[in-house]
Design a protein around this ligand. Structure first.
Ligand code: SAM
Length: 283
C-alpha cells in the first residue's frame, strides 16, 4: 500500500439534533479506484463522478489556453497538444461500472408506499455529449437499465476559438443511471412543498474566495450540492471514484454525508488535502 494516503475526519451531521447525531466520515485515497477492496469502504447511496473524456492530447483543442495569452496570433502556449491529466487516454469504462455495481447499495426489496420515492441508489456520471450513448449502453450490461440525461447550462463558453464562424459549446452533460426502481428523490423546497426538478440545471460557478481552483475540469460545489441533496439524505454515503480536486467530497461533507474518493494523481490529492478538504481533515 505504498501509494496509500488518506485523510479522515469524523464529525457530526450538521442540522441533525441530538440524540440522532451520526458520525460522518471523509476519506480521499491516492490510488486507483480499481483497488477499492483495500479500503473496506461502505456501500453508497450515490456514486457521482466526472470521468476522463479520453480525448488525450486534444484537451485544450477548442480552448484559448492552447495559444499564448489566448490569442492565436501569439503562437502556441505550453498547453498546446497536451492532455489535462495522464489518464485522459485510456480510462477503462468497464472497470468503472464494475466498481459502481459493487459499491452502490442494493435495490431495496420493499417500496416506501404508493406515490413515494424508493430508497434505491443511483449514480451520476458527468461526461462529454459524445460519451452519453456509450455510457448508457455499457451501463445496461451492469444492470443499470434506466437513465435520465442531465444538461447544465453555462453563461459563457471556453470555446472562444473561431467563435465568429460556429456555434460554441456552453453546456455540460451528465447521465443519471439506476437499476430498476426510481432512486431516492428529495424534492421538498425550503417552503416545505414538493417542487418539480427539471433535467437541466444552471452551472452555478463557485467563488474562488470560497473554494480553491485545483483541477482543469473541476465541477462547481454549488452544482454538486444540488445533486447530492436530491438523491441522498444526511448520513448517507457518497463516493467519487475519480475525485480530482475533491470537490464532490467537500460538497457531500458540507451537507453531512459521509464521502469517499479515489484519485490517482498524487499532485491533485496533495492539493485536495491542503486546499479543498476541511482543515480538520488533515491527519
Ligand atoms: C475529469 S477529472 C475529475 C475532476 C473532478 N470532478 C473535480 O471536480 O475536480 C477525472 C480525474 O480522474 C482521475 N482518474 C483517472 N483514472 C482514475 C482511476 N482509475 N482511479 C482514480 N482516479 C482516476 C484523473 O487523475 C482525474 O483527476
Amino acid at each position: 500500500m505504498d501509494n496509500f494516503q488518506q485523510v479522515s475526519m469524523m464529525d457530526t451531521v450538521p442540522g441533525v439534533p441530538e440524540p440522532r447525531k451520526r458520525k460522518i466520515k471523509c476519506e480521499l485515497y491516492n490510488d486507483n479506484f480499481q483497488n477499492f477492496k483495500r479500503y473496506g469502504i461502505p456501500k453508497a447511496q450515490l456514486v457521482i463522478a466526472d470521468i476522463p473524456y479520453n480525448i488525450g492530447t486534444n484537451f485544450y483543442g477548442s480552448n484559448p489556453m492552447w495559444y499564448k495569452g489566448g490569442d492565436n496570433a501569439n503562437g502556441e502556449s505550453r498547453l498546446a497538444g497536451k492532455a489535462a491529466f495522464n489518464s485522459d487516454f485510456n480510462f477503462n469504462i468497464v472497470e468503472y461500472f464494475h466498481f459502481c455495481n459493487r459499491l452502490l447499495k442494493k435495490e431495496p426489496e420493499k417500496s416506501n408506499g404508493r406515490g413515494k420515492s424508493s430508497d434505491a441508489p443511483c449514480m451520476i456520471v458527468f461526461c462529454s455529449f459524445q460519451q452519453i450513448s456509450m455510457l448508457i449502453e455499457t451501463a445496461k450490461q451492469y444492470g443499470f437499465k434506466h437513465n435520465i440525461p442531465l444538461t447544465f447550462i453555462k453563461r459563457n463558453s471556453a470555446q472562444a476559438l473561431k467563435a465568429n464562424m460556429r456555434i460554441v459549446g456552453a453546456t455540460e452533460h451528465a447521465v443519471l443511471l439506476y437499476r430498476d426502481k426510481l432512486p431516492k428523490f428529495r424534492n421538498v423546497g425550503a417552503d416545505g412543498k414538493n417542487h418539480m426538478v427539471f433535467d437541466w440545471f444552471e452551472w452555478q460557478r463557485d467563488s474562488k474566495k470560497e473554494y480553491a481552483k485545483i483541477h482543469p475540469t473541476q465541477k462547481p460545489i454549488a452544482v454538486l450540492k444540488k445533486l447530492i441533496e436530491i438523491f441522498t439524505d444526511p448520513g448517507d454515503v457518497v463516493i467519487d471514484p475519480c475525485a480530482g480536486s475533491g470537490s464532490t467530497l467537500r460538497a457531500a461533507y458540507e451537507l453531512g454525508r459521509s464521502c469517499y474518493g479515489f484519485e490517482i494523481s498524487r499532485d491533485f490529492c496533495r492539493q485536495a488535502w491542503a486546499e479543498m478538504l476541511p482543515p480538520e481533515a488533515e491527519t
